[in-house]
Design a protein around this ligand. Structure first.
Ligand code: FES
Length: 199
């Protein structure tokens, strides 16, 4: 009797095993179907890339790089019609150089945009005195905004300091400064604020 029960259990087990076997067969079939699908998809992708690439190469024989111009120090936009302002720089040999500029342009940018010798060692951050200019006419000097403490500190380091000395990077053109004349000193002293920090 017990043997019969074992036997029927074995039968039940073999039935379950068969079912599992049949499930395994199904999953192995579905795997091979999936595999076939992937292969087809990959082949399609490969075919697409091999057919598209020559077309791209034909229409774009050489790959081109484009760059966006970045504004650099000394870059100035031309003034709008009717808003032109004049400024004259006297160079180290007293030669005048007159330019038409816009309100808001600072003297360092104007000088550098026009290849005048103004070093601007600190990049216009009021930390050197290499953009020193001397305003020729005191009346124009009075029309400028007052120099702040930082500018006064840097001006103290400037070679050949005068009563109407300014740092070019700190002076912006305004309508009131139309016609101003500034002189470039014959020598500048390339000292920066960092030279005076404790090391
Ligand atoms: S560029 Fe350095 S202070 Fe003007």
């Amino acid at each position: 009797m017990a043997a019969k029960r074992v036997c029927s259990s074995a039968l039940r087990l073999s039935g379950a095993g068969a079912a599992r076997k049949s499930t395994g067969a199904r999953s192995s079939r579905s795997f091979s179907t999936q595999h076939a699908n992937w292969t087809t998809a990959l082949q399609a992708k490969h075919t697409t890339s091999t057919t598209i690439l020559p077309r791209i190469q034909a229409t774009h024989p050489q790959r081109r790089f484009s760059t966006t111009p970045t504004p650099q120090h000394g870059h100035l936009d031309p003034p709008k019609p009717g808003e032109e302002l004049k400024i004259t720089f006297l160079d180290q040999t007293s030669q005048p150089h007159t330019f038409t500029v816009s309100a808001g342009d600072n003297l360092l940018d104007i000088a550098q945009a026009n290849d005048l010798e103004m070093e601007g060692a600190c990049g216009g951050s009021c930390a050197c005195s290499t953009c020193h200019v001397i305003v020729e006419d005191e009346a124009y000097y009075e029309k400028m905004d007052e120099p702040d403490d930082d500018e006064n500190d840097m001006l103290d380091l400037a070679f050949g300091l005068t009563e109407t000395s300014r740092l070019g990077c700190q002076v912006k053109m305004t309508r009131g400064l139309d016609g101003v004349v500034v002189r470039l000193p014959s020598v500048t002293r390339n000292l920066q604020a960092s030279d005076f920090k404790e090391k």
